[in-house]
Design a protein around this ligand. Structure first.
Ligand code: PRT
Length: 108
């Protein structure tokens, strides 16, 4: 992916939805609809699990990339902005630091 970040991939996927491109696998998924996208997310999740039980880390990397791509397709299909996920993660980071960086909380 040549250094392309996940948010850039999200933008490409969102652009495919807005401006369909001939031969695009992403558009093939959007045309098939939500159930097909959900099936792919389920399949790719299972493939990550199976790969992780094997010894070759390259397989885990490959299947994880497939899963992340399909998850981003799902977010675009559901109209959920990429930032909604990063903001949710940032909120959790805040929660973690509240409970780990403030020892006085341990005494409550
Ligand atoms: N990152 C990906 C990406 N990861 C995985 N895939 C596709 O996901 C599919 C996964 O393989 P499978 O064998 O599970 O699926 P399949 O048999 O091809 O298809 P199904 O009939 O099962 O749906 C493959 O066809 C991959 O090409 C991806 N397709 C596109 N992208 C990126 O998405 C962007 C838009 O690409 P296009 O939609 O092709 O224009 C570009 O940046 C691409 O690099």
């Amino acid at each position: 992916m040549n250094g392309q970040e996940l948010n850039e991939l999200y933008a490409v996927i969102a652009d495919r939805k807005a401006n369909p491109k001939e031969g695009s696998y992403t558009n093939y998924l959007f045309d098939k609809g939500l159930d097909k996208i959900l099936k792919k997310v389920g399949e790719e999740t299972t493939e990550v699990v199976i790969a992780a039980k094997n010894t070759d880390p390259q397989e885990v990397i490959y299947e994880s990339a497939d899963l992340l791509y399909h998850l981003l397709v799902l977010l675009v299909e559901k109209g959920i902005p990429y930032e909604a996920i990063t903001e949710e993660l940032a909120k959790r980071e805040g929660l973690v630091s509240k409970t780990t960086d403030r020892p006085e909380i341990d005494n409550l």
